[in-house]
Design a binder for this molecule. Structure first.
Ligand code: PPE
Length: 305
């Protein structure tokens, strides 16, 4: 259960949690065309609260909306400020921020025309997405029977609500089979991403991650790429196959919710030594240091409350 907070920002004003409702004919509820974001705020080492890469997340929200042909009736600055204010009014010094943009009720059918656009921002406390244990010891992944979206079937650069049907089906299947997370291949069989994370592999200190084609171009992925470059590891954004993962020294997942989570097993094969490797650990430590405002080099990534 989501841990309830006092107030939710909805269409420009704060309302009580239990009042944040929509009509049953909300267009997005029927057809899935809505866009959203997931952002984390960290309690930093100096006691201040900092939202991680807020601008990049709100830019992606507006880009998703552009791709989805939804006009957001607020400016980027207004949404950024509302994200921070929602944390403040709820007294959260750390947590997850979920802005969601949806097409409201009006006409039905797949041409919503002038239906109003609704915008809401919800905040809540969210611990380790794949569990504390996974952050420390690694997670167990299974290649999904579901394929990731074809780039001309769904708009994969956009964080569109309906895109997540694919993720929900894959995740449920993986969990039902006793794994923690689903690895998705693209329509040609190459490694794409996990149900809610991007993926990286390390072999002989050389790092590979799939290029931004069928994947969501993750903001954590972008942060990790910057860290990898700063550390002078070799990085290729290149397609690779699942068997390259089996023989990797290290594999890890990245996402706002999942942060940097090591992978210790894929399709019942142990990855490397079976526990998080040195490259993954170094990147994970640097990522958390950056997110908690401990590293000057990455201070521009943080937007303090
Ligand atoms: N791929 C997918 C499919 C995805 O959903 C996410 C984020 C990422 C990659 C990583 O993107 P980024 O967060 O910008 O680094 N998944 C979000 C949703 C999680 C959920 O279950 O809800 C998230 O991590 O917030």
């Amino acid at each position: 259960m989501v841990e309830r907070v006092e107030r939710i920002w909805m269409n420009g004003e704060f309302i009580r949690w239990e009042e944040a409702k929509v009509h049953i004919l909300t267009h997005t509820l029927h057809y899935g065309l809505g866009v959203f974001e997931g952002i984390r705020c960290y309690l930093c080492h100096d006691g201040k609260s900092g939202v991680f890469r807020l601008k990049e997340h709100i830019d992606r929200l507006f880009e998703s909306a552009l791709i989805a042909e939804i006009e957001i009736p607020f400016s980027r600055e207004e949404i950024m400020e509302a994200c921070k204010e929602t944390l403040r009014v709820n007294g959260l010094n750390e947590g997850y921020i979920r802005p969601v943009v949806f097409i409201g009720d009006g006409v039905m059918g797949v041409n919503p025309q002038d239906n109003p656009t609704g915008v809401a921002i919800v905040t809540w406390k969210w611990g380790a997405y794949l569990g504390e244990e996974a952050l420390k010891r690694g997670t167990r992944v299974k290649t999904s029977s579901y394929t990731r979206h074809h780039v001309n079937v769904m708009m994969t650069k956009a964080k569109i609500s309906g895109n997540y049907v694919n993720s929900v089906l894959a995740k449920r299947e993986a969990v039902r089979l006793g794994y923690d997370e689903a690895l998705m291949l693209d329509t040609e069989g190459y490694v794409s991403e996990a149900s809610g994370e991007n993926i990286f592999k390390v072999k002989n200190e050389r790092i590979k991650t799939p290029p931004p084609t069928s994947i969501l171009p993750g903001i954590t992925r972008d942060s990790v790429i910057a860290i990898i470059k700063d550390k002078c590891f070799e990085l290729e954004e290149q397609r690779f196959t699942r068997d390259e993962l089996y023989t990797a020294d290290e594999v890890f997942l990245t996402g706002t919710a999942a942060e940097v989570t090591p992978v210790r097993e894929i399709d019942d094969r142990i990855i490397g030594s079976g526990s998080p490797g040195p490259v993954t650990r170094e990147i994970q430590t640097t990522f958390f240091g950056a997110a908690r405002g401990e590293l000057d080099r990455y201070s521009l990534w943080i937007s303090y409350l």
